[in-house]
Design a protein around this ligand. Structure first.
Ligand code: ADP
Ligand code: MG
Length: 286
């Protein structure tokens, strides 16, 4: 944890969580308050006392683990950066903001939580805390039922969410003086870099259109499927059990030949379901 400032109250909270063996920790805060840094610190402290933590990364826009537009489950290690870790499971949100995607945010977080038996599960969240973010966080708390909420906030910025959940155990932490805000442009660049990393070992292949099941098609849209499957559209590929295998970019949809060409690091063999996302990536950016 070199270069990281660990305020005394962060130390005390991490110790309390470990000594009392709290299991599910939900980390809340606006963007750049240090949520990811705290999650990394708590993982580090847990690993040092022999507790193997699970991390659920639900910050779809600024991921620590796995590609943007997904919620991921992974197991932090002492000798590996989170960005280099392969997620153990993934749920597709399809967008890099929770706005207008509240349902997959909740369903995905809950599903991944149900998939782990770790004695400590750290759930990191997006920085959306006002407006619809207040609704999202309320339902997320209800879906996760955390043993503790870690609230990283300046002043009263989390007060409306916390007031409605003050019967939960809440640890109020102040952001480190080292916490730095990222510009929108830097956020965009980081997302692109994360997608680039994810697709760096992707290959192009064809899938038979007739065998595929399409999900998350826009409601009430008259657009033909071939138009929805525009080049660059981000999709998730899932198997027969609806388990997400990974992401793909549409290259080309050719209804006449009955094929969908995709660019993906996922092996074609088990793909049965294609979930459409909202994101369109310019291949030139990758
Ligand atoms: N305790 C800390 N020590 C050093 N740097 C920090 C600390 N907290 C936050 N930062 C820095 O501030 C920025 C935002 O922190 P981050 O943990 O990514 O916030 P969030 O996950 O809430 O968006 C990052 O560059 C991070 O390295
Ligand atoms: Mg973060």
């Amino acid at each position: 944890m070199e270069g990281i400032d660990i305020p005394p109250d962060w130390q005390r909270v991490a110790s309390w969580i470990l000594v009392h063996r709290l299991r599910t920790i939900l980390v809340l805060g606006a963007s750049d308050r240090g949520k990811s840094t705290f999650c990394a610190y708590l993982s580090f402290r847990a690993l040092h006392v022999g507790v193997k933590p699970a991390l659920i990364d639900a910050d779809v826009g600024q991921k620590d683990l796995g590609p943007p537009a997904t919620i991921t489950l992974g197991y932090p290690q002492l000798d590996q950066a989170l960005a280099a870790l392969k997620p153990a499971a993934m749920y597709f949100v399809g967008a890099v903001t929770p706005i207008a995607h509240l349902l997959p945010m909740i369903v995905g977080t809950r599903q991944l939580l149900d998939q782990t038996t770790s004695p400590l599960v750290i759930v990191n969240t997006s920085g959306l805390i006002s407006g619809v973010g207040e609704i999202l966080k309320a339902y997320k708390i209800d879906a996760v039922r955390p043993d503790a909420i870690v609230a990283l906030a300046h002043g009263q910025e989390l007060a409306p969410i916390l007031a409605a959940h003050r019967h939960f155990r809440i640890f109020h932490l102040t952001p480190s003086f080292k916490a730095q805000e990222k510009s929108m442009e830097l956020r965009r660049q980081r997302r692109l870099a994360a997608f680039r990393r994810y697709f760096s070992e992707a290959q192009e292949y064809s899938l038979p259109l007739d065998d595929l099941i399409f999900q998350r098609l826009p409601v009430d849209s008259d657009e033909p499927r071939s138009r929805l499957l525009a080049p660059g559209r981000l999709c998730a590929l899932a198997d027969e059990q609806q388990t997400v295998l990974g992401l793909a970019l549409v290259r080309d949809c050719d209804p006449k030949r009955g094929i969908l060409r995709v660019h993906s690091p996922v092996a074609a063999m088990k793909v049965r379901v294609v979930q459409l996302g909202e994101v369109i990536l310019d291949p030139a950016d990758l």
